[in-house]
Design a protein around this ligand. Sequence first.
Ligand SMILES: [Zn+2]
Length: 85
Amino acid sequence: MQHFDGNLLAGALADLLAFDATTARARCNGCGSVGEIATMIVFRSAAGTVARCAACGQVLLTIVQTGERTFVNFTGTGAIEIPRD
Ligand SMILES: [Zn+2]
């Protein structure tokens, strides 16, 4: 099967990432519950931001910002459901 490099994803990802992310729904890898990102329990400190599952407390995502970059980790999130127009 022919394959391509990641540049083929540019258009699809640009479409996916241009939305209000808080309306997307995420599945927790810890308990399986699904909820809008807006319902996550969020803690912010100088080190970064941590969002936890409102049902079980599992870490769903972390965001760390440095001077030049932003690091996002969705390890605790099994899937993200994005509403389509
Ligand atoms: Zn959970």
